[in-house]
Design a protein around this ligand. Structure first.
Ligand SMILES: [Zn+2]
Length: 230
């Protein structure tokens, strides 16, 4: 295939109906789920799952029908690797949010268009951004959404269980674990830590009583430098 032909096919206009935009309340939880998308998941999905994911991506980005990026988005249905790349850039952004770190992106290029005829008119945005690349669009829209919905952004967290550290969207204000499994794991570790020490103390007492019974009360019993394992 000559580069010219390749270029031609990439520029074939793609007409897609514009889906209903994603409701505001669904956006941040959806982004957290999207960020967790791995290539392995994408490769082991049922047929139809990737197109569904791409459809949700379109609902979220809410591109104008005439935006050139629509073609790039449509091509994602055949490109799990590219979907994974977008997911991992969202993940880096959300990790910065969860860890309260600074996050900086460099734009390739783009433009902002003010359509003054639409100012004050119903439907259609008067101000729209045309990002040069899909990665730029994904990062910019994600940043916008996080900034516009601070309450939801503060619920993007990392699981407090050290062996997990997964990103999750907190359903409750004070949720610190991604789910029951991690919460239970931490609870049983805490139980072992406190009750293990109590059990060690009880065993020590029993041992001391036994030794005294054999040797008489005046004998000092040497303490091991480390408590017995609980
Ligand atoms: Zn977890």
């Amino acid at each position: 295939m000559t580069p010219f032909k390749k270029n031609q096919s990439a520029q074939r206009p793609i007409t897609l109906t514009r889906p209903e935009p994603m409701p505001k309340g669904e956006i941040i939880p959806w982004l957290v789920g999207f960020a967790a998308t791995s290539l392995q998941d994408l490769e082991h999905q049922r047929p139809g799952d990737l197109p569904n994911l791409v459809y949700d991506l379109r609902r979220w980005l809410d591109l104008e029908p005439d935006e050139p990026l629509n073609a790039e988005v449509a091509a994602l249905e055949r490109g799990a690797v590219r979907v994974q790349k977008l997911a991992s850039c969202v993940r880096q952004l959300l990790e910065a949010v969860a860890d309260h770190r600074r996050f900086e992106i460099r734009y390739k290029a783009g433009s902002v268009i003010l359509d003054a005829a639409r100012l004050g008119a119903e439907g259609g945005r008067a101000l729209s951004y045309r990002d040069a690349t899909l990665i730029d669009a994904v990062q910019r829209v994600a940043l916008d959404d996080l900034y516009e919905n601070v309450e939801a952004a503060l619920r993007v967290r990392r699981c407090a269980e050290e062996s997990c550290r997964r990103l999750f969207f907190a359903a409750r204000e004070n949720q610190t674990y991604c789910g029951h499994r991690c919460a239970n794991k931490m609870a049983s570790r805490r139980y072992r830590a406190t009750h293990g020490a109590q059990r060690a103390a009880r065993e020590r007492e029993r041992y001391e009583r036994k030794v005294r019974a054999r040797t008489g009360a005046g004998v000092k019993i040497a303490r091991r430098s480390h408590p017995p394992p609980g």
